[in-house]
Structures are given as structure tokens and as C-alpha cells.
Design a protein around this ligand. Sequence first.
Ligand code: ZN
Length: 603
Amino acid sequence: MHDIQYSLTSRQPGTHIFNVSLTIAKPDPSGQILSLPNWIPGSYMIRDFSRNIISLQARSGDRKLAVQKLDKSSWRCEPTSGPLVLDYEVYAWDLSVRAAHLDETHGYFNGTSVFLCAQGQEGKPHVVELVRPAHPAALAWRVATALPELDAARYGFGRYIAADYDELIDHPVEMADFTLASFEACGVPHDVVITGRHRADMKRLVADLKCVCETQIRFFGEPAPFDRYIFQIMVVGNGYGGLEHRASTSLLCSRDDLPGSGEPQGNPGERYKTFLGLASHEYFHSWNVKRIKPAEFLPYDLRSESHTTLLWAFEGFTSYYDDLMLVRAGLISVNAYLELLGQQITRHLRTPGRFRQSVADSSFDAWTKYYKQDENSPNRIVSYYIKGSLVALCLDLKLRQLSDDRVSLDDVMRLLWERFGKVQKGVAEDDIRLLAEELSGADLRDFFALMLNSTEELPLQQLLEAQGLRYVLRPADSQSDTGGKPGQEPRAPRAVLGAKWIAGDGGASLQFVFDGGAAQAAGMSAGDIVVAVDGLRANATNLEKLLAAFAVGEAVEIHAFRRDELMRFRVLLGAAPADTCALLVPEDEAVKRLLERWTGNKA
Ligand code: ZN
């Protein structure tokens, strides 16, 4: 008999309601307190999962107990000596990797959405009985979760057990008639579980994921820190997202992101490459953030915001290694990798907010800024994912430069794993710099301060060129030019508005108006719907072409609706800035040797 036992089912999956019972054998005699997390680790925003609890009753034997609500996400039960049972309903209709979703086709949940925490008893083993819903559609369902089985068969309904509450909520559960494929990576069993209609080439998917996993396990050193791993994939028409866990990841992707029978051999197509990058990213988190953690996350405080200035290391470094692991695994070419890097630099250079916010501040304020973006975000914030990955690139190149290529960021990561991850010691603000200094013998205080605490440009060009690579900047060819490639030959500068738009309400709806651009100077604003340029009808598709007919510096009349009122602007068009980056490899033996050591592949 275990002290904490949940039973979870759904009496009517079509209502999107999970029915949960929690039995606490030894409740707090002064009145057991229960609570639900307000956020889920890995996604730094207060989400108030408790708003989806739509009923809650407590009983002891046949006796109904009073329950007092203490705040938005905690309750206190009337004192009782006997076992305390809570019966509650959870509404589950959030198709993301962060919450819970249930209908007749599947049931998915994170423990943070469905498992009330018995305060004071978090450290005890937690048992969960998953009961097959009594609905004909659920007859074919199986269960995919990395929660250890207590008496359930693998992929079966039945009882599972977690060592404590922290573990309980770190193993999401998928229940469906899913596609299942398995492989071993360095001796560890891995499952690929896909829910949703798809025609993916499972052989290709499994072969490629196996390469990614083996490359990463060998990077940190065997054995892997888990004894099994699951890629839980939800396939939809249009979606993208991932969340890391200690022995699994939940991924949301579009049907077309998975490799079909037409997927080219060798280098993957754009969409599949993005999917592999996402899978690689979440897998890398198994070490970097699930085990190597900021000191502030040991333990997590799931009641309120938990601020750390280190997300540039946990999300940024992971974003650096996700694509790098694809090239090291031999799944993409060195040139394809350099193209991805050029695109990442391009994204950064198109963010005016990099001059307004440091990456350490971006980390700290993730809760209210990065996770709550609006029309002005590009002007005021910098992404700790993107800039963080470029900080990783700079640090990697700097360490190679200082040590004649004997030391790299790889060594820093492995030392983080040895000294922090393996022994569950939290990483403090300066620890990464101290490791880099220890490995290189150099004083890196100014270098780190510049990259992390200032809004100065990163020394990307200088460091890349010191290694012999060519760093080329040019104006974008069009709004859809994502960079990474040399682009067309130089010609007359292109006239631009200094704004980004999407189709909307009969015109081109301005999504972002960039600081210092022509649109801003003319008084245009995000949300304006451009309907005419120089008296000619404009829409999202032709706006770029209409503007291209003008010269840089020329004045043009633009009509736009704001709050349904027609407004007229006189815009002095600007020149497209040189914000589009490509990294080129000259014919040079030293550069080839660097690329071989860096990417593990011949250029
Ligand atoms: Zn991440």
C-alpha cells in the first residue's frame, strides 16, 4: 500500500474531462493542503492550470469533508485521521505540449495539469493507476509514458509509480491508438510514438533519430542518464512545439514536417530538417536543464515565477547544439549547417531589441517579456534562444582560438555535466565563465560581460573571420529571404518600409514596425492595414513589389486603415539594411581542418 495514489480515467472523453481520484493514506492531521502547480518546468509563464479544475470533493470513508479554498491553486481539507480521498474533474482541451488534451481520439496530459500535490508529502512515492476510459473508441488505446510501471504492462493501462511528486509531473502520458516504433541508442531503448493521422516513413525517422541520440549520448559520455526514452509526437495540420522531460519529450508538429516516402535521401528537406532540429533540441535538454540546472530550479518553486539570468545557457546553448548535433550525426552537410548558422545570425540582426535588452535580462524577464510578446517585442527584447545560441558560438570559437583548438565549448558542456548535472548541483551565475576560464587559462570576465550583460554587438564577425570563415552581410532580397545564402549580385539598394506585414482584413496588416524604419518615422503603427500605395490597391502579396518601384529616399503616399478610419501617410522610403548573413568557406586547408574538428565532418 502506497501513501499517495491517484486513479485517472475519463467517463466521457468527448466532454474533455479527466476524472481523477487521489487517495492519501496519512493526511496531515491538522488539515491536508493540496495544490496544483501554476507553471510547468521548461515553459516560463504562469499558466494557472488550476483554472481547469471544475469540481473537487473530499471524503473519508463515507463521510464527506469540507474543503476550503486557500488561493487560486490550493485547498485545505477538513482534518481527518483516516485515508483522505479527493475526487475531482479536470477540463482538458489545450492542444499544446504544456497542458492536457482529451477527446475520443486520444488523451494526453502533463502531471502539472492533473495531479494535485499533497503538501508535505511530495517526497513520498506517488502511484498512478491509469484506467481505460469506458468508451468504444478507447478499446484500441495504448499508453505511452516514461513513468516506471508498478504492475502495468509496457504500453498498458494499469499502475505506474514515481519516486516523488517532482518525478510524477515530469513524465507526460499519451493514451491513444498511436503509431509505435522502437530503436536502441547506445543500448538504451527508445520509442517513437505518433498520434494523429500521418504517412511518415517510420524507417527513415527511426534511423535518423537513432543517429541524433547516439551522437548526443556519446557527446556527454555513456551511460545515458535514463534507462529508456520516448519521443511523444502529436501530428496536426499546422503546429510546432516541444517540451523537454527527464526521459521523454512531447513534440507537436505539422504532418508535412515528418519524412514522407518522397523525402530525399541524404540531406533532409527544409521541413524535416526543422523537425530533426526540434527533436535534437529537446533531447539535448535531457542533460542541459533537466539535469544540469540553474541553482534557482533546485528545487522548482511551481507556485510563482522562478527567475534565473541563465536561460541563455540552458535554452541558448541547447539551440546551438541542436543543429550542430545534426551535422555531427552526419544527417546534414557542413554547408547545410553553415546555412542554418547564417539564418540564425540573420534573425538576430533583424531584432532591433538587441540594443535595448541584454541576454541576461532577457532570461530574467522571460516570464513577462519573451513569453508575453506583442507588436513591439522585436524593438524591445532580445531572444535568449537566438542570442544565447550565438553566445555559445562566440564562446566556442573564442575557446578554440585561445587554446589553438585544444579546448572548445564541448569541454565546458562535459564539465558542466560532470560537476553539476551528475551530482545535482545547481549552476550559479558565474559558474560557466569559471569553467571556461579554468579550461582555457584566460581571464574571460570582460568577454562574458560584453556578451551577457551589455547590449553591444556580439563579436561574431571578428571571431568567425579569425578562424578563416567569410562573414558576408547583405540586404534581404525580399521579406521571405531568411538568409544563410550569398544571395543575388549587388544592384541598386531596395526601398523598404521598415515593417513586417501579414495578410489581414482586405490589405497588408502591419505586424511589426521597426525602430528607426521609414514606417515608424512616418507615424505608421503595428495593426495599420495598408490598402494603397501611391494610389494603387495594395495587399500583403503585392506590397513589396509596389514599394520596389520606388527609389530609396523617395516619398510615397500610403493609405491605411486604423480602427476603421482611413489614414494617409507620406513615407520617405528607406534602404533595405544589410541584415542578412551568409557564412562562406574559402578554399583553405586550415579552415577545412577547423570545420572537421568543429562539426566532425569533412567540408
Ligand atoms: Zn528548449
